[in-house]
Design a protein. Structure first.
Length: 174
């Protein structure tokens, strides 16, 4: 678990996320910033941050964010969903990443269940866990269980990587 100050002089905090994830793949990074900045939030998502929070956040709330991120949750969705322009930019980025790998062959085997593929498809469309649960008429905990299973089966560290992987394989469309 790393709490990363996005405004350290002489340090590109967002590039630090990329380097941390490269060196320690199962690390959770929480980006802390002075002000809400859509560009920083976009790159925090792109580089795999688990959460993006303001430094002015209540200490009890921060503690909850840390516990949830340490438990493997990806908490950045609420920040994105509150900003439709940013959400569409993130989805476009997913599509672009998927299109970079045009050599997608027809997969012989998909390690995911049809329900897990459905959950990934909802994630790719920017839905929160609550929205996915409501749409699939399952509990929030079942959605979390599916996401945990997906990440384990695909050997990825977060929801973003799972979606990009599934898009590259042709299992879902963006």
């Amino acid at each position: 678990m790393v709490l990363l100050n996005a405004e350290v002089e002489g340090l590109d905090g967002l590039e630090a996320i990329r380097e941390l994830k490269r060196r320690v793949s199962n690390i959770s990074v929480i980006v802390m910033t002075n002000r809400d900045d859509e560009e920083k939030l976009f790159y925090a998502i792109k580089y795999g941050a688990a959460a993006y929070v303001l430094k002015s956040m209540d200490i009890a709330e921060l503690g909850q964010v840390i516990r949830r991120a340490a438990g493997g949750e990806y908490l950045i969705n609420d920040s994105v969903l509150a900003k439709p322009v940013l959400a569409s930019k993130v989805l476009k980025s997913f599509r672009d990443l998927a299109e970079e790998h045009d050599q997608v062959a027809e997969p012989l085997y998909i390690p995911l269940s049809s329900r897990e593929v459905q959950v990934l498809d909802y994630i790719a469309k920017g839905n929160s866990n609550k929205e996915i649960a409501r749409a699939m008429t399952i509990s929030d905990q079942t959605v979390k269980n599916h996401i945990t299973s997906i990440m384990r089966k695909l050997a990825v560290n977060d929801r973003t990587q799972a979606v990009v992987y599934a898009m590259r394989q042709g299992w879902i469309k963006g």
